[in-house]
Every structure is written in structure tokens, then in C-alpha cells.
Design a protein around this ligand. Structure first.
Ligand SMILES: Cc1cc2nc3c(=O)[nH]c(=O)nc-3n(C[C@H](O)[C@H](O)[C@H](O)COP(=O)(O)OP(=O)(O)OC[C@H]3O[C@@H](n4cnc5c(N)ncnc54)[C@H](O)[C@@H]3O)c2cc1C
Length: 456
């Protein structure tokens, strides 16, 4: 009898797939243990890690009003405290916050509903002070709501949830951030006794003993719906239910290039803009600012003095962004930034002018580069989140290898035929590069342990 070397195929050369491959490849004697291949649908490796080339902490309001920090801090502190409470972090006591949190109480299903209850409770506590005060054409309450919304919009980008009312309240507490700063840089499975067959678009077929599937949750979601079946026989229904329940959102980055030198001067420093917009029913809303920008919160240089500024667009707005022309995006951001930037920045941009008036403000970006994670069939979104109605347990279910319960000691049934890695399979670090990394290690180690390999 010939003892053949098991063939391991990894689907996807993103962080999870490359990590699993590296771990298996670098394990002692691995070349005698496995025949290892990695298959990638795209024309580059890295998956959702993609670098491309492209040529002051301020809050600004629609209409170019720069806010005094004393107006911004209380409502920003409220938002931070409410989020800290949800995430199980210490809250900074400032008199009313414990009462506000108590008032919101347990029973909240979503992050969004908790935050909004917190805001209402805050207004309840502060009602005497809010009514009459105005800032420009803003009532104090509408201003606070707009700043609160801006912070919510920032959290939509972090979580990738289109609406925070779909983001599970309890899961937010279990989610773990790594310490330190962020840097840029199937019914039928038990009966399957044949090797797994991979079918390629050119009609070729590859058989494998073990397949590590690392495709995104978005690709899996599409792969389990009728007419797009990715698995034959289909995945077990428990896995399909978890795939369907979990949230998978969309966040796109937009890079914009500032105009070249103006009148020979190139020392324009674009500020870190936190953008606050009027509510949809406000008479002060500027109709020229497109609606797909109104739920973004940030526009900032990618590093100090850079001519490239970055914004994050989340959810349905991010999908719409992918359908727009470059000119539409440039115009939308140019109008918005022109509205927001106070006159002094135009003076900085064009110091030869004798006076810098609000009505002379006009900034036109030169170029745009946007990501298109939503429509790219290899990703179909950006990263996962725990949606209301799902839990981290769904991520554990997704991570379980197939076939289920194949623990015959005599080895008569196939084991670990299909393994699952990828950010959406990590219970506490989902949505991240390191979550994908840990999941790749986990599945490589599962195989190494299965073959009693040292160095697991
Ligand atoms: C806009 C954005 C910002 C982000 N910001 C951060 C951040 O600040 N910090 C952080 O830690 N993480 C961030 N992430 C998340 C991080 O990039 C991902 O969690 C991580 O890269 C996912 O890796 P993965 O290996 O799980 O999946 P992927 O990178 O998606 O790898 C899967 C691979 O499978 C391939 N594939 C798909 N279908 C097939 C098929 N049928 N056949 C063959 N191959 C296929 C894909 O092409 C892809 O290469 C961000 C993601 C996005 C989109």
C-alpha cells in the first residue's frame, strides 16, 4: 500500500490564508508531511490588505463655523462615556453620567438604541440649560445632536455597520482591541468519503484532503444563497444560519488630492476636519452638499502636511460611492470642504490675497481614488460585525471544521476536510488583520495537531 502525502489547499491569499500557509510551510519536515497549495481568485496577494500609490483636531460645521471646544466637549464626553460603558471600559465621572447610564439601563439590544437613550437622558438632565441658547443658526440641542451624530458616524466606520441599531449591544463588550497604537502600514458531509474537489472557472478540478477556506463572510453569504451555491453538498444548516445572521458591512476609503500650488504657494495645511451637518429637516441644510457625504464624519490629511486627504464612507453611502464618477465625488467633497473650511485656511492657501472672505472660499480637489470593496466579487464588503440577532457564538460555529463530529478512532471517516479561517471566524478579534492572522494560525495548528506534528 502506498502512503500518499495529504494535499492541503488554502483558498484565498489574504492575511488568514497566507498565515496558515506560512505556518504549515515552515513547520519542521512539513514538505514531507503535506503537499501545500494556495489558490487566489484575484491577481494579487493580500486580500483586504491593499496598498496603492496616489499622488489640529478641529470641529467644523456645515457653513464653515468653527466651534469653541467648550461647546463640543460635554457632548463628545457623553458619547465617549456611553461607548466606554458599552465596551466595559471605565467611565469618566462628571456628575450625571452614572445617572444617565442607569437611566438607559439593561435590555438594550443594540449599540444604536443605547446611545440614543443616553442622549435623550442627557437632555432630560440638562433641559434647563439647553432651550434658549443658540450658536449661529443652530439651537444648542440641534448642535449637540449633530455632534453626537458625527461621533456615531465615526463608529459606523469602525464597526462597518450601516446603522448602529443593527450592531449588537452585548457583543461590543466582548470585542477586544489589541493594546498599543494603531499603525498604517453539510447534511451530507458525514457521507463524504472522497477527497474535496475544487472546481475552477476554467473547468479544471483539483482534489485535496484538506481545504482551508478563508474567503470573506460576504463571499460566504453570497455562496450559500440559491443559484450561487459555493458548496456541494451545501454547508450544514447550523453554519448557514450563522453565516446569514452575522453582520458584514461596507466601508470605503476616499483619497483626495489637494490642488497643486496656488499662485506659486504650496504651504496650505489642510486641518483634521470633524464634520457636523444639519439635520435632514433643517432649513439651514445646504442642498449642494450631497446626501452620501452627510453621514461621513472625517476628512483629514493622511499625514501632517500631506496633499492627500482621506475620508471614510460607510454603509449604503459607501455602496453608492462606488457607482459615482470621479467628477461627482470630487465635486461633492470640494463643495463640502469649501463650506467647512474657515476663511483663515484660504488665506493660508493664497497669502497674496489682501483679504480672505467667506464668500471667496472655493476649494477644488484635483484627483480622487476610492476603494470599491462592496462590488468586488472577491470581497463583497469590508469586514464583519456582530449584528443584532447574532452573537460571537456564530463566529465559533463558522470556525468549526467539517465534517462535523468525525471522530472515529479507526480513522474510517474523513477528518478536517474543510476548515474555515478569516477575520469573521475569530470570536474576539473579528474585523481585523490580526483576527485574520490568529485564525490562519489556529487552522494551521489544527492540521498540525491532527498529524501529531511538533511545533504546534
Ligand atoms: C476599508 C477597510 C479598512 C480596514 N481597516 C482596518 C484596520 O484599520 N485595522 C485592521 O486590523 N483591519 C482593518 N481592516 C480589516 C482587515 O483588512 C481584514 O479583516 C483582513 O485583511 C481580512 O483578511 P482575511 O484573510 O480574513 O480575508 P481577505 O483579505 O478577504 O482574504 C480572502 C482572499 O480570498 C480571495 N478569494 C475570495 N473568493 C475567492 C474564490 N472564490 N477563489 C479564490 N480566492 C478567493 C480574495 O481575493 C482574498 O484575497 C480593514 C478592511 C477594510 C476593507
Amino acid at each position: 500500500m502506498v502512503n500518499k502525502t495529504p494535499r492541503v489547499v488554502i483558498i484565498g491569499a489574504g492575511m488568514a490564508g497566507l498565515t496558515a500557509a506560512c505556518k504549515l510551510y515552515t513547520s519542521p519536515n512539513s514538505n514531507q508531511l503535506f503537499e501545500l497549495s494556495i489558490v487566489e481568485g484575484g491577481d494579487r496577494i493580500g486580500g483586504r490588505i491593499n496598498s496603492s500609490e496616489f499622488c489640529g483636531d478641529k470641529i467644523e460645521l456645515e457653513g464653515g463655523l468653527e466651534l469653541n471646544p467648550s461647546l463640543v466637549e460635554p457632548i463628545s464626553r457623553l458619547f465617549k462615556n456611553l461607548l466606554n460603558y458599552i465596551q466595559g471600559k471605565p467611565i469618566v465621572e462628571d456628575g450625571s453620567i452614572s445617572e444617565i447610564v442607569k437611566h438607559c439601563g439593561p435590555g438594550n439590544l443594540s449599540v444604536g438604541s443605547f446611545l440614543r437613550e443616553g442622549l435623550e437622558a442627557y437632555w432630560g438632565f440638562m433641559k434647563d440649560e439647553k432651550g434658549i441658547k443658540r450658536v449661529g443658526n443652530w439651537s444648542m440641542k440641534s448642535l449637540e445632536e449633530a455632534i453626537f451624530t458625527m461621533h456615531e458616524n465615526t463608529h459606523r466606520s469602525y464597526s462597518s455597520a450601516d446603522d448602529l441599531s443593527t450592531l449588537d449591544f452585548n457583543a461590543e463588550r466582548e470585542y477586544k482591541m489589541l493594546p498599543g497604537e494603531e499603525i498604517t502600514i453539510a447534511k451530507g458531509y458525514l457521507s463524504v468519503i472522497e477527497p474535496v474537489k475544487l472546481h475552477f472557472s476554467d473547468g479544471s478540478i483539483l482534489s485535496a484532503d484538506h481545504v482551508i477556506v478563508t474567503v470573506s463572510l460576504g463571499v460566504l453569504k453570497r455562496g450559500i444563497i440559491q443559484d450561487h451555491e459555493m458548496f456541494d453538498p451545501p454547508l450544514p444548516s447550523i453554519k448557514n444560519r450563522s453565516i446569514s445572521r452575522l453582520g458584514y458591512g461596507l466601508v470605503n476609503k476616499v483619497f483626495l488630492q489637494l490642488p497643486q500650488e496656488t499662485d506659486g504657494v504650496s504651504n496650505f495645511k489642510f486641518p483634521f476636519l470633524q464634520m457636523v451637518f444639519h439635520q435632514p429637516n433643517s432649513e439651514f441644510r445646504d442642498p449642494k452638499v450631497p446626501h452620501w457625504i452627510r453621514r461621513t464624519s472625517l476628512l483629514y490629511p493622511i499625514y501632517s502636511n500631506s496633499r492627500v486627504v482621506l475620508s471614510w464612507v460607510a454603509g449604503s453611502d459607501a455602496l453608492q460611492l462606488e457607482s459615482l464618477s470621479d467628477d461627482e465625488i470630487i465635486n461633492g467633497f470640494s463643495i463640502t470642504a469649501s463650506n467647512m473650511l474657515p476663511s483663515k485656511f484660504y488665506c493660508q492657501m493664497n497669502p497674496n490675497q489682501t483679504s480672505c472672505h467667506q464668500n471667496q472660499k472655493q476649494l477644488k480637489f484635483d484627483k480622487v481614488l476610492r476603494t470599491e470593496w462592496g462590488t468586488n466579487p472577491l470581497f463583497l464588503g469590508s469586514y464583519s460585525y456582530v449584528a443584532v440577532g447574532s452573537s460571537e457564538d456564530d463566529m465559533d460555529v463558522l470556525a468549526e471544521p467539517l465534517p462535523q463530529n468525525s471522530n472515529n478512532i479507526d480513522g474510517s471517516s474523513p477528518q478536517l476536510q474543510i476548515l474555515f479561517a478569516g477575520e469573521a471566524t475569530h470570536r474576539t478579534h473579528y474585523s481585523t488583520t490580526h483576527g485574520a492572522y490568529f485564525s490562519g494560525l489556529r487552522e494551521a495548528n489544527r492540521l498540525l495537531k491532527h498529524y501529531n506534528c511538533a511545533g504546534v
